[in-house]
Design a protein around this ligand. Structure first.
Ligand SMILES: O=P(O)(O)OC[C@H]1O[C@H](O[C@H]2O[C@H](CO)[C@@H](O)[C@H](O)[C@H]2O)[C@H](O)[C@@H](O)[C@@H]1O
Length: 345
């Protein structure tokens, strides 16, 4: 597994990095990068879609938004997977070799590296629920994360407001990157990875705070006539949830959002799971947050990393930061080890 050149491409997958890899002994990996299908007991990751905002021509644009809203499949656990789900899973597994058979290679690649753990929150540490304020994590999950953080620097990278994620997770020894990576803070507790007394803080979109606040109020007002719509203030970005909105009203909701956003060309719209996300146009996302955290760990004397990202669907991705990086990833669907697969992102 040598000479793998890693290119960080688009900011998505649940924690924000899609990575293209060229691998010399490519037989180890499958060439394409299909998304894992919906699997029994699992979730599907919805690709981030950049949706145009600003300018005229509202009707066509709203239509495109609504198409995209429809295309974002529900992420609830399916109790009875359909035949096509099962077929899609089998086809996907065929192209993704079992990680169990190459486990030695995986552990060899981790030798001499600092393991760093990156975790998503919604749909990974907590189940997807209708009310975003009720997305609690279980005691068991908290204990598991606490355990991991005893051994490796551990970060939670989320689209949510950092304080809110902290209130859910309640572990002061972790790194938190909220607002899609635009609000990063180092551990309040534990000096192991700290530089002197300095606590790490990075907020590259702080100039947008007043604008986000203003747009939050405008969206609250504009969408109040849409039953089920919920606007969430994530500090440096906003979410308009439509999980509980009747599909008949999605067009009206998209139009309400468009009317507000038309006044703010410095904001852009993206889409998550049953949610429209409004963010500053700055070139900063979860991938940048991940790189920033690795750099800052580097300044603290740690250099060779093996990053493990745990994303939705529950998945571990291993990523080293060696020059001409070696990268491979392993996808594990919770609860079924036979689904531990090598993937290429
Ligand atoms: O990029 P992420 O870290 O995955 O954040 C995306 C959104 O996550 C949260 O919403 C999602 O989870 C909710 C609770 O389970 C669910 O109700 C919602 O439908 C999901 O989209 C969060 O509340 C949003 O602000 C984030 O944009």
């Amino acid at each position: 597994m040598t000479n793998q050149n890693v290119v960080v491409s688009d900011p998505k997958s649940a924690i924000g990095m899609a990575i293209a890899v060229s691998v010399s002994n490519s037989s180890f990996f499958s060439p394409a990068v299909p998304k894992p299908p919906t699997v029994p007991g699992g979730y599907i990751t919805i690709s981030l879609k950049k949706l145009e905002t600003g300018g005229a021509g509202g009707a066509g644009r709203v239509g495109a938004w609504v198409d995209s809203m429809r295309a974002s499949s529900p992420t609830r656990i399916k109790s009875t997977p359909s035949l096509s789900d099962t077929e899609a899973l089998s086809a996907w597994m065929l192209h993704h070799p079992s990680a169990l058979r190459t486990f030695e290679q995986i552990t060899n690649a981790s030798k001499g590296k600092q393991i760093v753990m990156f975790l998503d929150y919604d749909g990974t540490l907590s189940p997807i629920v209708e009310d975003p304020d009720q997305a609690f994590m279980s005691k068991e999950m908290r204990a598991a994360v606490k355990d991991v953080a005893r051994y490796f620097p551990t970060a939670i990278v989320s689209g949510r407001c950092r304080d809110k994620v902290y209130r859910f997770v309640k572990l002061s020894e972790l790194y938190y990157a909220g607002s899609h990576g635009m609000d990063i803070k180092g551990p309040a507790k534990g000096r192991k990875y700290k530089k002197g007394n300095q606590s790490l803080l990075c907020q590259p979109a702080s100039e947008f705070l007043p604008m986000i606040d203003e747009v939050y109020k405008a969206l609250l007002e504009k969408t109040k006539s849409t039953p089920g719509a919920k606007v969430e203030n994530n500090k440096f970005c906003l979410s308009v949830h439509f999980r509980c909105v009747d599909e008949q009203r999605w067009t009206a909701l998209a139009e309400q959002v468009r009317l507000v956003l038309n006044q703010y060309p410095k904001l852009r719209l993206t889409q998550g799971r049953k949610v429209l996300e409004i963010r500053p146009t700055i070139k900063w996302d979860k991938g940048n947050a991940l790189e920033f955290l690795l750099e800052s760990l580097g300044e603290r004397g740690l250099t060779q990393f093996l990053c493990i990202k745990w994303i939705s669907p529950p998945c571990f991705v291993f990523h080293t930061n060696e020059v001409s990086e070696k990268l491979f990833s392993v996808l594990i669907i919770r609860g079924d080890l036979s689904l531990l697969r090598i993937c290429q992102f």
